[in-house]
Design a protein around this ligand. Structure first.
Ligand code: ZN
Length: 70
């Protein structure tokens, strides 16, 4: 189960939902899953870059505290 945006009202909803909890738009089975995959492809590169930079910051902080004398 994952979250995606409703194609109708652009609010967050689950990919396996039968209808949107916000605007009550009903979905064909697999429609939101396909929409989520398309969304993932569109924003995947940007999201990966963001997570990578956050990971690098976390790693730098971790190394900094590791190198502190106890
Ligand atoms: Zn909706």
């Amino acid at each position: 189960m994952s979250l995606t945006q409703c194609p109708n009202c652009s609010r967050r909803c689950f990919t396996d939902a039968a209808y949107c909890p916000n605007c009550f738009q009903t979905f064909r089975p697999g429609l939101l899953q396909a929409f989520a995959v398309a969304e993932e492809k569109a924003f995947g590169v940007k999201t990966n870059a963001l997570f990578l930079s956050l990971f690098m910051i976390w790693l730098a902080v971790l190394l900094f505290f590791q190198l502190q004398p106890h």
